[in-house]
Each structure stands twice: as C-alpha cells, then as structure tokens.
Write a new protein. Structure first.
Length: 406
C-alpha cells in the first residue's frame, strides 16, 4: 500500500492490535487471529497490510518509542507511532509525513535530531538492553549482523510429508494452486517464493506438507530415527518435530510424544491424523511418575527444551519485549532439570538430542557442559548443530547429540 491508500479502519485496527500486544500482554499471532475473525470483510490485501505492519512495528518497537520519546499511553500515541513507522519505512521525511497525515501541533526539530542520531546505529534500542548485551556476549563482533537479520521477516519453509508425497510432486501441486516454491537445501524442504496463506490449499488439507522452518527440520534429522526403533519426543508441544520424526521412521516402530500441555497435545492429535501418522502414542506429563517407568527404554530421545526463543524472533518479535532476565534464569533451571530427568529414558548405547531455538550460549553449550559434569555415562557425539539467521536464512537453533555409554 502507498500512503495515499491507507484506510482509517485499517490504521485503527493496527493501533488496537498494538495496544493488545503491549498493554494487555497478548501474543501477536493470537491478536491478529482475533482481529481478522472480527473483521471478516477485510480482503487478503488488507489482512496482509495489517499483519505485516503489526509485525514490523513490533520488531522496531524500541526504536520507534525512542523517536516518540515515550511508551504509548493512549490511542493517539499508537496512531502517531504508526505514522512514525510509515514515514520511516517509506523512506520519506518522517516529519513531513506526520505533518501531512496528522492534525498535530508538533515541534519537529528535536524529533528530527533523534531520528538522525539513530540513522546508522540503532540496534541498541531495537532490542532490550539486557538482551542486546547477552547477544554480544554470545556472538561478539558478529552481533550486529545477527541482530539485523533478527529484525527482518523470515522466509516460509515447507516440509514435504514423505509419508504421503515426494517433494517434486508437492511442488507441482502447489504450482497448480498458484503457490510457486523453490527447493530448500534439505531433501524434504521447499521455500515459498512469496508469503501466502498455504493453510487453505488442498495440498495442506490432504496432509502433504507442514509449515516448518528448515532449521527446525535439522533437529529431527540430527536424532536420526530409524524405522523400527523406539523414539521419544519429550517436549513435543503441538508436534512439528514429532511429525517429522514419524516421517523419518516411515511410520514403523514406536514414537512417543509427551508434554506438560494437554492443549498442545490435542493439536498434535489433529495434525497427526491429517499427516497419516500411525506409529504415534501421545502422553500428557502430569507428574514425575509419568515417565519413571520408561527409564532406559528408548533408542533415541529428543528434548526440544523450553527456551528464550531468541533464535525465532523473526517470527515472534514481541517475545523480545516480553521476556525478562528473571525469565531467562528460570528457563535455564528448567532446561537442566528436564535434561537430567528425561535423559534417563535413553537405553544404554542409545542417543539423546538436546535442542533449543535459542542463540544464547548459556542455554545451549553451557547446559550441555553442566549436564555432562553430572552424568558421566553420556558423551558428546559429533559437532553441535547451530543455525544462524544471518548466515543461513533459517531460524536460530542449537542441538547437540549425546550417546549413552553401553
């Protein structure tokens, strides 16, 4: 949309979404889902404009508030914040854009100076200061390049469901539905050439693919599940990696998906039916006894641990503004507790993969070191998996395979 085409209803919708995200604490994807449900007359172009703008403003929230010199407190502030973003995004003189689009008595000189100050060096306010310092500690001189990439929209990767179709055939089907794709670097991976709603396609409804970032796909591949093995996904959530494990096993053997969230496991049940998965058993984790009887009984165990989500900020930009240092401390305690508990499920000679979607060393290699210092019956096997959004154009994942001694 060009500035002349901005519709007041859409702009107000954006400001209400931002209020819900930053004042009410709701997550952006849920806010947009509800907004679209309440505005069914909006066309696809309108929805894309609202969604892309909400996500972009959320990514640049800290910088835009720096320009505004305060956190928005009312509807006018949110509308004004949108105006700052649109002028800045469209490479216009922001002051001129605001003057033309808002009836405001506003002194622009200080505002112009603040924009000029941050024209080149803006990353320290585009992320919370504590998180910016954590990235610097983990990535050193590569920090700027990484953070620039984390403030960009992510590509959309599809994972072909090899239980039902091959990648070439899927690509042709999607092309017939006017959704062009390119091959990714993994055997089952496709990349959308442009962002589209693929969930309404016949190919999706038939269970021929899942939307899954290529970095996420690499985690299941690292565990290397074989047909006929006993495999457990102990932090399965809604099951993106679980379904991939089932496909890699060719539906043969036994696959356990466990999680503390019954709501997410309920979603996994629906997804597994659509995907044609038949070797899956789903088990809610209600207490420590739920898993004790499973000790030493699995060939492979995946622990996709709860984490800061710092590697997927391109997809969940509001996370960086809602996460706190105290949250990170709690997460690290939980990660180590989960690793110590669920590693007991691995049989002698079996393998364990610990994974996070974090780019912070303290959640990744540091946790592996702590675990190994207390668990001498495990050893590192192979190099760790590390995906870098700046270099790989994939979400940021860490994963390490461990082997239990026989």
């Amino acid at each position: 949309m060009t500035p002349k085409e901005f519709h007041p209803v859409l702009v107000r919708g954006i400001s209400i979404c931002l209020k819900d995200i930053f004042e009410e604490g709701f997550y952006s994807d849920k806010v947009l889902e509800r907004t679209f449900r309440n505005n069914r007359k909006w066309g696809g172009r309108d929805r894309r404009f609202v969604a892309e703008t909400v996500y972009s403003i959320t990514r640049w929230w800290g910088l835009l508030c720096y320009f505004l010199e305060k956190i928005p407190e009312n509807q006018n502030d949110y509308l004004f914040l949108w105006g700052i973003y649109e002028g800045w995004q469209n490479k216009q003189d922001v002051s001129e854009f605001l003057f033309k689009n808002f009836s405001l008595d506003f002194k622009f000189e200080r505002f112009k100076r603040r924009i000029e100050e941050k024209k080149e060096n803006y990353l320290d306010v585009a992320f919370p200061q504590w998180l910016y310092e954590r990235f610097e500690a983990s990535h050193g001189r590569n920090t700027s390049q990484l953070l620039i990439s984390l403030n960009q929209a992510a590509p959309v990767y599809l994972r072909t469901n090899r239980l039902k179709i091959d990648r070439n055939s899927l690509q042709k089907l999607l092309q017939n539905e006017k959704i062009p794709t390119q091959f990714g670097s993994l055997e089952d991976s496709l990349i959308l050439e442009s962002r589209q709603n693929v969930f309404t396609t016949q190919a999706f409804k038939a269970g021929f693919f899942e939307v899954q970032d290529q970095g996420s796909q690499r985690v299941s591949i690292l565990l290397d599940p074989k047909p006929g093995e006993r495999i457990a996904d102990m932090c399965a959530g809604a099951g993106g990696k679980t379904l991939h494990l089932a496909a890699l096993m060719n539906n043969k053997g036994s696959l356990l998906a466990a999680d503390v969230s019954e709501r997410k496991l309920s979603e996994l049940k629906k997804r597994s039916r659509r995907a044609g998965v038949s070797n899956l058993r789903i088990q809610p984790i209600t207490n420590s006894k739920s898993t004790k009887r499973l000790a030493h009984s699995f060939d492979g165990v995946l622990i996709d641990a709860p984490c800061s989500g710092s590697g997927v900020l391109r997809r969940n930009p509001d996370t960086k503004w809602k996460l706190s240092e105290d949250d990170l401390i709690r997460l690290k305690v939980l990660q180590l507790d989960i690793l110590n508990s669920y590693s007991k499920l691995v049989r002698p000679g079996g393998r364990l993969v610990y994974a996070t979607c974090s780019l912070l060393d303290e959640e990744n290699s540091a946790q592996i070191e702590r675990f190994l210092s207390d668990n001498g019956d495990f050893r590192v096997e192979g190099d760790s998996l590390r995906t870098d959004p700046a270099k790989d154009n994939e979400d940021g994942f860490f994963a390490q395979k461990l082997r239990r001694n026989t």
